[in-house]
Design a protein around this ligand. Structure first.
Ligand SMILES: NC(=O)c1ccc[n+]([C@@H]2O[C@H](COP(=O)([O-])OP(=O)(O)OC[C@H]3O[C@@H](n4cnc5c(N)ncnc54)[C@H](O)[C@@H]3O)[C@@H](O)[C@H]2O)c1
Length: 365
């Protein structure tokens, strides 16, 4: 099976390396800067990538520096974009991302929704003309830290089958929700509507690994555990018809409603170098002060979290966790011990620095 064109780096048996969060952020920001992204945007993207890496979501971690850098260099992303609100109807806002790197487009939408929600109680901001924005939780957590309940969804290129189908028909369209919990990280669900984020298959392929059953089918629609065959085929929806239905709804709410762009109208970041991606995002922010009030809500959430933590665990589990907690714990550990990177990903970060004429090299702890 030939390697899909977007698989970078060569799998190596060399041992993993450890890098501090700060050094990793500096490196990724430096590379993106050298690819033409203004400093503020480079730092935002690098912060999101390193946050994902440190939380154990390596599929959306620093390995993405290369594809973002290459799309910037190829002019597929507008490095100088200035996302702006193009229409407002009380609490319904529309942002044109100006083909910005997705993180910049998404942040403009999140800011528009949260600023308005503080006045109106609830606000929704759609963002069109955007690109891949990494993990959605990076944005919903940010708004929850400002005291707001936040939901986000995004379209993604067509790489998943619908339940009952055998070829690509819909994106892995992610959904995230965060609830503020003062004094603690927000409670956050963040998930692709596919059995797994496709980035995990890309990463497995980059590392020369197979994938679990139930993640994907090959290009003939047959179940596969071969990561290369899976990349040429399609991802499966999470939970069968339910994930398939959720993915369709994201495509309709976020793609059709916000941007008039669905299906093949959304460009593949890795496979399509002829046009911008035209990804869209939707952010909905709710101010608890419009309902029970921030203090009452915070008290309730604290009691609620305590009850969940007090539940008896099933066999093989140490306890019942809140969504997002696994990742919060990994982030805490990474703050002290640094982030572990595979030798393949570390080498690719240096290769990308060289390609972009960035002088810095990854500082291995
Ligand atoms: N921008 C895009 O186009 C795009 C597309 C798809 C996915 N993504 C991103 O990919 C990332 C990974 O998605 P995924 O579906 O593979 O996520 P995942 O399967 O790793 O996690 C899904 C959810 O399960 C929770 N969880 C995991 N273990 C748990 C436990 N023991 N107890 C309680 N909760 C637990 C996690 O906190 C998370 O909220 C997400 O950040 C998503 O936003 C982005």
């Amino acid at each position: 099976m030939s390697k899909p064109a977007y698989v970078q780096g060569t799998a190596t048996d060399a041992p993993p390396v450890r890098v501090t969060i700060d050094d990793l952020r500096t490196h990724c920001a430096g590379v993106l800067d050298a690819c033409g992204l203004p400093s503020e945007a480079s730092h935002l993207v690098a912060d999101s990538l390193v946050d994902a890496e440190a939380r154990g979501i390596s599929s959306h971690g620093v390995t993405r520096t290369r594809i973002y850098g290459e799309r910037l260099r190829a002019g597929m992303i507008n490095a100088a974009a200035e996302p702006h609100v193009v229409s407002t109807r009380t609490a319904a806002l529309q942002v044109d991302a100006d083909n910005a790197i997705g993180h910049v487009g998404a942040l403009a939408g999140l800011d528009a929704a949260t600023e308005r929600a503080v006045e109106t109680g609830i606000a929704a901001a759609g963002v069109h003309n955007s690109n891949h924005c990494g993990t959605l939780a990076y944005f919903t957590r940010r708004a929850a830290e400002r005291g707001l309940v936040t939901m986000a969804m995004s379209t993604a290129p067509t790489t998943m089958v619908y339940f009952g189908g055998r070829s690509r028909a819909v994106g892995t369209n992610p959904i995230s929700m965060s609830v503020p919990r003062p004094g603690h990280p927000p409670i956050t669900v963040d998930m692709a509507t596919s059995a797994t984020a496709r980035g995990k298959i890309i990463l497995a392929n980059q590392l020369g690994q197979s994938i679990p059953e139930g993640w994907a089918v090959d290009d003939a629609g047959r179940p596969t555990t071969d990561s290369a065959a899976a990349l040429l085929g399609s991802v499966l929806p999470v939970g069968g018809a339910k994930g398939s239905g959720l993915a369709m709804m994201v495509e309709l709410l976020c793609g059709a409603l916000i941007a008039d762009v669905t299906g093949d109208g959304i460009g593949d970041m890795y496979e399509d170098w002829t046009r911008p991606q035209r990804v869209s995002h939707l952010f909905i922010a709710l101010d608890p002060d419009a309902w029970v009030g921030r203090d009452t809500f915070a008290r309730h959430i604290d009691g609620f979290a305590e009850r969940v933590h007090g539940l008896p665990p099933a066999e093989g589990f140490d306890g019942v966790l809140l969504p997002g907690e696994v990742e919060d714990r990994k982030l805490d550990a990474a703050r002290t011990d640094g982030v572990q990177l595979s030798a393949t990903v570390a080498a690719d970060l240096d290769a990308m620095a060289e390609l972009a004429d960035y002088d810095g090299r990854l500082v291995v702890a």
